[in-house]
Design a protein around this ligand. Structure first.
Ligand code: GLP
Length: 241
């Protein structure tokens, strides 16, 4: 595990966006894994700037997103589909047919089956970006998630609901369940980069790097992967030895 501490969010964004750019340059039809939440937004902004400046070609890139709320349509402003369109996909020439985000409406069992099938046939993901929850969740793999878990519906913990209520008008509007890529599916990625900013993430980053591997802190499962880069600011890295 490589740990990189940067001074500013902008430096994190430049570093991580370069990882994606290098990956696309190396392989035009790269399979890229994307995440939502506030942490990766500045990286996506850098990727958009790069696209505008260099006309980098995303047309062959295949994308997979980690998760989606159950019950929200793609047109719902709080859905992760909408988030990805707004913050990245609508600003670059990614091919709509190459975008894979689990759908949280309709027949969830079927949606999950299709998503895992696509991941199996198009994967492995070459480069996956992750954020991290205050409770150490990755994607929506909440504490208690198994290392062998696949994509599934998961109950969100109360503190995840609390943490994510800032995006909704009311805490009662936050969905209680989500579809998440499983830990085992995430660990199949060839390379993983996890980004975190701010003091609220310091404990989770400490556990991720120094904690005992256990389902109590799902992020610790990343210790078992051969190629993980953690890019944090000083506040998020403040408890590291
Ligand atoms: C959500 C997402 C995670 C994300 C986490 C942290 O729960 N499902 O993928 O890592 O939030 O979000 P933020 O970056 O906004 O702190």
């Amino acid at each position: 595990m490589e740990i990189i501490i940067k001074k500013t969010e902008q430096e994190i964004a430049e570093y991580v966006s370069n990882m994606f750019i290098n990956q696309i340059n190396k392989k035009a039809n790269s399979v890229l894994g994307f995440a939502t939440g506030s942490s990766p937004i500045s990286t996506y902004q850098q990727l958009i700037l790069d696209y505008e400046k260099s006309n980098r070609d995303w047309s062959q890139v295949i994308t997979f997103n980690l998760d989606e709320y159950v019950g929200l349509k793609q047109t719902d402003e709080q859905s992760y589909y909408y988030f990805m369109q707004k913050n990245l996909f609508s600003k670059i020439n990614v091919n709509k047919a190459n975008i894979h985000i689990p759908s949280g409406i309709g027949n969830l069992v079927k949606n999950i089956e299709n998503y895992e099938k696509e991941l199996d046939s198009l994967g492995p993901i070459d480069l996956q970006i992750l954020g991290i929850g205050v409770n150490g969740h990755i994607a929506f793999n909440e504490p208690g998630s198994d290392i062998s878990s696949l994509t599934r519906v998961i109950d969100l913990t109360q503190n995840t609901i609390e943490a994510n209520k800032r995006f909704f008008d009311n805490v009662n509007d936050v969905p209680k369940t989500a579809i998440t890529m499983g830990i085992s599916s995430i660990l199949k990625s060839n390379k993983i980069v996890l980004v975190a900013q701010g003091k609220s993430k310091a404990q989770a980053i400490y556990e991720l790097v120094n904690g005992t591997v256990s389902a109590q802190w799902p992020c610790t499962f990343l210790q078992t992967h051969k190629d993980v880069v953690i890019v944090v600011d000083e506040a998020a890295g403040s408890l590291l030895k």
